[in-house]
Design a protein around this ligand. Structure first.
Ligand code: SF4
Length: 296
């Protein structure tokens, strides 16, 4: 299932790229800017401010949506029996459905529309959520793109079993790997995940000769300190073959979406990181021989 296709992107890899965003992620980063990407199923977003109370949604899903709420609709998302009935139903776009099942053939049809724009360097970037959590369908898509000689990059947290990563080696041109922290306790508390799994997969991926760029999201209250960033850079220095580190400053663009999804934004920091704050990190990474970049 995907939640977005973004065309003509000039970030996330060389040239002009088509970005495919998969739904479903094994992590729960507290600062996640795409919270609708975390669940593997449909997500319902509701913007109370835009709601005109037409009531079409309550008629389409009476088992879960009620107009009785004092502050707009009452939505019991887990009870919605047929989410597809809600797609494009709301005339004021106050209620929208995120998530669409697309077969490999359907994705290829979408991708092939952009072929004329790729030229020498462009192609596809698979993102999420976590593309590597998609199973067989992902491998099939990678194989079909490879057969068509369409360059494919992948944004991943590597928080999956190694077998899944291994199946994509040789089919992906560049892995853009998020390295969030090397401290297992902090990693577990803020993402519900296992830092060791990510670090081990990163080492194996580089060992297998894959082209890897490490991306460090700089998150205040989590890893935004010279000591912590240096620990991450030092860890990457121990891995042969990785030459590039990107620093991604924390932003708050996704905060509003939590409310629309009926989720709580529990991360207790909403101060954006300015590019200048990354300077000491860039200098340190460069002093260790890495090429650096900020942003995607
Ligand atoms: S890995 Fe990415 S998509 Fe998954 S929860 Fe963390 S920030 Fe969100």
């Amino acid at each position: 299932m995907i939640f977005n296709i973004q065309r003509y992107s000039t970030h996330d890899g060389d040239g002009i790229r088509t970005l495919i965003f998969y739904k479903g992620c094994p992590l729960r980063c507290q600062w996640c800017s795409n919270p609708e990407s975390q669940s593997f199923g449909h997500s319902i977003l509701y913007d109370r401010k835009s709601c005109k109370n037409f009531g079409d949604c309550a008629l389409a899903a009476p088992e879960a949506i009620s107009r009785a709420g004092k502050n707009g609709l009452e939505i019991k998302r887990e009870l919605v029996a047929e989410p597809e009935k809600l797609r494009d139903l709301c005339a004021s776009r106050a209620l929208t459905l995120s998530g669409e099942s697309k077969s490999v053939d359907e994705l290829l049809t979408e991708i092939e529309k952009d072929l004329p724009f790729y030229r020498k360097d462009g192609g596809v970037t698979l993102s999420g959520g976590e593309p590597l959590a998609q199973g067989k369908e992902l491998v099939l898509l990678l194989q079909r793109l490879h057969e068509r000689r369409i360059s494919t990059n992948m944004e991943t947290s590597l928080h999956v079993k190694w077998e899944m990563v291994e199946r994509s080696v040789g089919l992906v041109r560049t892995f853009l790997v998020d390295l969030k922290h090397t401290d297992p306790v902090k990693f577990r508390y803020y993402t519900k995940g296992d830092a060791g799994l990510v670090m081990e997969n990163l080492e194996k991926l580089a060992y297998f000769g894959a082209n890897v760029v490490v991306r460090i999201p700089v998150i205040p209250g989590f890893n935004h300190s010279e000591e912590e960033i240096q620990q991450m850079v030092d860890f990457v220095s121990t891995i042969k073959g990785i030459k590039e580190i990107h620093f991604l400053p924390y932003h708050t663009f996704g905060v509003e979406k939590y409310r629309m999804l009926g989720m709580e934004y529990i991360f207790d920091n909403t101060v954006q990181v300015e590019e200048e704050e990354l300077l000491p990190y860039i200098q340190y990474a460069q002093s260790q021989g890495f090429t650096t970049k900020t942003g995607g």
